[in-house]
Design a protein around this ligand. Structure first.
Ligand code: AMP
Length: 399
C-alpha cells in the first residue's frame, strides 16, 4: 500500500485548523478546527467525510493538547497519525521571507530559519512554528513540509517588490513586498486557466482573493508578477478589519496628534479598520443587508471597498498588458454577487462585461460570469488552500 494521505495543519495563535486529504484522488477524509485554545471555552469540531460532525467542548490548554485531541478524533475514525497511509504533514507557514520560495521538508535548520523570520510576521509565524513543533513531536519519523504563503509571490520582479525608500535601510531590515495568500493565488490562477481550457503558461489573469483578508495578484503565464499585500498582510485592498493601502503619514499623524503608541496604531490598522472600521461590521453579508436598508455607513464601506478593487483591476491590467481573465475567489469573491457586479461595473473599456444572470446564480463550481462579448473573461473559482498545500507537500515527498 502506498502512503497517499496528507494531514494539513494551519496553526493560528489560538486555533488549529486541519484537513486530512487523500492525494490518490484529492478526496477529503476529514476537516476540523480547534478554536479558543488556552481558554476554558475551547471547542473542537471534527467532521469526518460521510459521517456526522463531532463536537467537543471544554478547556484545551495549548497547541500540544489541541493536536493530541485532533489525533484522537482521527484515530477514532481509523485514520490516526500512526496510520501507514499517512505520507506527510503539510504546514501552512505565513512568512517564508526571501529564503523560502518552494515547499520545504522541515528539519532543525529549516525550523531555525522559519524562527528567524518571526520579526517579519510576529502575529503568524510563532503559531505556525508551534504547530510544526507539536506535529514533529507526535510523528518525528514522518516528513513534515512547510508550504509558505509568500512563496508564489517570490517571482515578482524587483521593480514590483521594491518600495521607494532608502535602499540601505530597506536592505538592512528586509523591507520589500513579499505578498501573502500565495497558495490560494497559485491554486486559483491554475484553476482559472483550466476553466478557460488553456495551460497556465498561456494565460494572464488577475486574481482577487476576497475573504476576511483580501489580496489581488497579477499572474502572467502562471508566474506571479505583482501582488497587493506587502511586507505584511496589511497593504493593498480594503479587508474585513485591515485598512489596506493608506498614506504612511497617517501613522505619524496618529502618533504626534492623537498620541497613539506604535502598538496602538498597529492594532488600529490591523484589527479596527477596513470594513469594520468604516461601518462597524466586517461581514460582507451584514454590510450588504444594511446597505440594502439604506444604511449610509454600510453603503460607504461597500463603496470604499469596491473603489479600491477597481483601482487594482485597472492597475494590474496595465501591469499585465493583456488580461485573459479576472477571477474572484474566497468568502466574498465566491459568494457576494453584488461585490463582483460593482467591481467590474463601468469597466467595459477594459474589456470586462458581466452577465447579470450568470453572476447572480449560486454555485460552488468554477464558472464564468461574463457576457459572450466580454473580451476579458470574468470568473468565480472557489479556492482550496488545503488541497494546494497537500498537493505541494505530497509532490515534494514523493518526488
Ligand atoms: P474567508 O476569509 O475566505 O473565509 O471569507 C470570509 C468572509 O466571506 C466573511 O467575513 C464574509 O464577509 C464573506 N462571506 C461569506 N459568505 C458570504 C455571502 N454569502 N455573501 C457575502 N459575503 C460572504
Amino acid at each position: 500500500m502506498t502512503a497517499s494521505r496528507v494531514l494539513v495543519l494551519n496553526s493560528g495563535s489560538s486555533s488549529l485548523k486541519y484537513q486530512l486529504l487523500d492525494m490518490a484522488d484529492g478526496s477529503r477524509l476529514a476537516v476540523g478546527l480547534v478554536e479558543r485554545i488556552g481558554e476554558e471555552t475551547s471547542r473542537l469540531v471534527h467532521s469526518p467525510t460521510g459521517s456526522g460532525t463531532r463536537e467537543r467542548r471544554g478547556a484545551i490548554a495549548d497547541h500540544q493538547a489541541a493536536l493530541k485531541a485532533v489525533a484522537s478524533e482521527l484515530a477514532a475514525d481509523g485514520t490516526g497519525l500512526d496510520s501507514p497511509e499517512l505520507a506527510a504533514i503539510g504546514h501552512r507557514v505565513v512568512h517564508g521571507g526571501t529564503r523560502f520560495t518552494e515547499p520545504t521538508v522541515i528539519d532543525e535548520e529549516v525550523l531555525a530559519e522559519i524562527r528567524a523570520l518571526v520579526p517579519l510576521a510576529p502575529l503568524h509565524n510563532p503559531a505556525n512554528i508551534t504547530g510544526i513543533e507539536e506535529a514533529r513531536a507526535l510523528r518525528p519519523d514522518l516528513p513534515q513540509v512547510a508550504v509558505f504563503d509568500t512563496a508564489f509571490h517570490s517571482t515578482i520582479p524587483e521593480h514590483a517588490a521594491h518600495y521607494a525608500i532608502d535602499a540601505a535601510t530597506a536592505e538592512a531590515y528586509d523591507i520589500r513586498r513579499y505578498g501573502f495568500h500565495g497558495t490560494s493565488h497559485a491554486y486559483v490562477s491554475r484553476a482559472a486557466a483550466a476553466l478557460l481550457g488553456k495551460a497556465p503558461a498561456e494565460v494572464n489573469v488577475i486574481v482577487l482573493h476576497l475573504g476576511n483578508g483580501a489580496s489581488a495578484s497579477a499572474v502572467r503565464g502562471g508566474i506571479c508578477v505583482d501582488t497587493s499585500m506587502g511586507l505584511t498582510p496589511l497593504e493593498g485592498l480594503v479587508m474585513g478589519t485591515r485598512s489596506g493601502d493608506l498614506d504612511p503619514a497617517v501613522v505619524f499623524h496618529l502618533s504626534r496628534v492623537a498620541g497613539l503608541g506604535i502598538d496602538e496604531v498597529d492594532t488600529l490598522l490591523n484589527k479596527r479598520s477596513g470594513l469594520l472600521g468604516l461601518c462597524g461590521d466586517n461581514d460582507m453579508r451584514e454590510i450588504l443587508r444594511r446597505a440594502g436598508e439604506g444604511d449610509a455607513r454600510a453603503k460607504l464601506a461597500f463603496d470604499v471597498y469596491v473603489h479600491r478593487l477597481k483601482k487594482y483591476i485597472g492597475g494590474y491590467t496595465a501591469v499585465l498588458g493583456r488580461v485573459d481573465a479576472v477571477v474572484f475567489t474566497a468568502g466574498v469573491g465566491e459568494n457576494a454577487a453584488a461585490v463582483r457586479e460593482a467591481a467590474v461595473d463601468g469597466l467595459s473599456g477594459l474589456g470586462l462585461v458581466l452577465d447579470g444572470a450568470a453572476n447572480a446564480a449560486r454555485s460552488s463550481e468554477p464558472r464564468l460570469v461574463c457576457a459572450e462579448d466580454s473580451r476579458v473573461a470574468i470568473a468565480v473559482v472557489p479556492t482550496d488552500e488545503e488541497l494546494e498545500i497537500a498537493a505541494q507537500a505530497y509532490d515534494l515527498v514523493t518526488r
